[in-house]
Design a binder for this molecule. Structure first.
Ligand SMILES: [Zn+2]
Length: 428
């Protein structure tokens, strides 16, 4: 038998026999949950914070003791390589991963699952002696949750981080990214240098909890993700006239808050009626000036967020909301400014990655459902440079970004097994 035939036979035998070690995965999930653990359950582990840096060091140790090459790039992204110790166009890798930062008072699976299941898969493949054709790398992307800047690490890796922008990135409490990174031993100005060489990633697949109720309610174990929503945030500033709240006749008031409130109610109706069923909207920030009970509000600022899995729908909704705001202020005799804060475009997941996830489900005898992701993920950046996709397992009760976020132990094992077979297909 020639060596390549022997290799491919060995590979196919290994492909059938390789399996994840569920108890090792569960104990790593429990170990990571101790960094930034809260007394009542859940975890607060913001990127670059002391608990995060301790978790990063722990993860690097786990990667190295699993027999993988461990390294950290200039954006703080952590990598574990099987057959790779760096990124190069000469040897494109199959990449899997997620993030180990959390929102304040978050859960123990959002992000952590994808990183630790990826590590488990690479360790299992190495232990089985399987020799996939392409190297495999597991990643933990910096600041996915955006304490300073959403999807920061994957943006840097995919060449979407502007060097000038890093200087102004600031957390809501005013802390600057440059200071937080310096404390952790990183230079924020050099983060864009984490950009991977063109062609260095063959494919990317990310395992995540769904973070919503669709899978759990349908009783289906796996979701194959077909697209990831785009998110658009706009600050709307309504300029009215501050006046005495007792002496100004009602019909003469030009109340900026009431304009904002009318806009909020009507924008919701508009998005629900005209968003194609998959669009959502939220106004989570409201500020009224000067903010006194005896003064008619002269200025009101709101932050309007909209999400949609369809790029054209999101664009159309944005135009219609702007027309709505114009209509509201014209009728009320005031004016408004709109400032675009951030915008991501909905992305379609790669048919190649989707097919690999579906093939893995079939091989394991698991049912699946095709869903779009209603949350943003690092995969949307990877989709800009490579074939990228995601799979979800159910979130129990649909809960996420809260301390009681969880999934069943068997669901976690199933997700890791599907990830393993997906990686073997993509790398083989
Ligand atoms: Zn996440």
């Amino acid at each position: 038998m020639d060596p390549s035939a022997r290799k491919s036979r060995l590979y196919s035998v290994s492909l059938v026999t390789t399996s994840v070690n569920a108890s090792r995965l569960h104990s790593r999930i429990a170990a990571l949950a101790r960094f930034g653990a809260l007394p009542g359950g859940g975890v607060t582990r913001s990127c670059w914070s002391p608990p995060y840096e301790a978790a990063r060091a722990w993860l690097l140790d786990e990667i190295r003791s699993a027999g993988l090459h461990g390294w950290v790039d200039l954006a703080g992204n952590v990598f574990g390589g099987l057959g790779a110790a760096a990124f190069s166009a000469a040897t494109p890798v199959v990449l899997t991963g997620s993030h180990i930062d959390t929102v304040p008072e978050g859960g123990i699976l959002d992000g952590a699952l994808g990183v630790l299941a990826g590590l488990e898969c690479l360790q299992a493949i190495r232990a089985a002696g399987a020799a996939p054709r392409r190297p495999l790398v597991v990643s933990a992307w910096s600041d996915e949750e955006g304490r300073y800047a959403s999807l920061f690490g994957s943006r840097a890796f995919c060449g979407r981080l502007d060097a000038a922008a890093t200087a102004t990135m600031t957390a809501v409490d005013g802390e600057r990214l440059v200071d937080a990174m310096a404390r952790a031993g990183f230079d924020a100005h050099r983060a864009p240098e984490a950009r991977a060489p063109d062609g260095a990633v063959h494919a990317y697949v990310e395992l995540h909890i769904e973070q919503g109720p669709r899978l759990d309610e349908a009783g289906v174990p796996i979701a194959v993700v077909d697209s990831i929503v785009g998110v658009r945030r706009t600050r709307l500033i309504f300029h009215g006239q501050a006046d005495h709240a007792g002496t100004t006749p009602m019909e003469r008031r030009r109340d900026a808050f009431l304009a904002a409130a009318e806009y909020a109610l009507k924008a919701r109706e508009l998005v629900v009626e005209r968003g194609g069923g998959g669009s959502v909207t939220n106004i989570g920030v409201v500020q009224v000036h000067p903010g006194a009970s005896n003064i008619v509000p002269g200025r009101a600022e709101i932050v309007h967020e909209m999400r949609s899995p369809d790029a054209e729908t999101l664009e159309r909704l944005a135009r219609e909301c702007e027309a709505l705001a114009t209509d509201v202020v014209d009728r009320r005799g005031i004016r408004f400014d709109a400032v675009r804060m951030s915008q991501t475009t909905p992305v379609a997941c790669s048919p190649k990655v989707r097919a690999a996830v579906e093939a893995a489900c079939k091989r394991l005898g698991l049912g699946w459902k095709t869903l779009y992701s209603a949350a943003g993920h690092d995969a949307q950046n990877l989709a800009l440079i490579a074939d990228a996709g995601m799979l979800f397992i159910p979130s129990r009760g649909g809960k996420s970004h809260r301390v009681d976020e969880t999934s069943d132990a068997e669901a976690i094992e199933r997700g890791a097994s599907v990830l393993l077979h997906t990686l073997l297909t993509l790398a083989g």
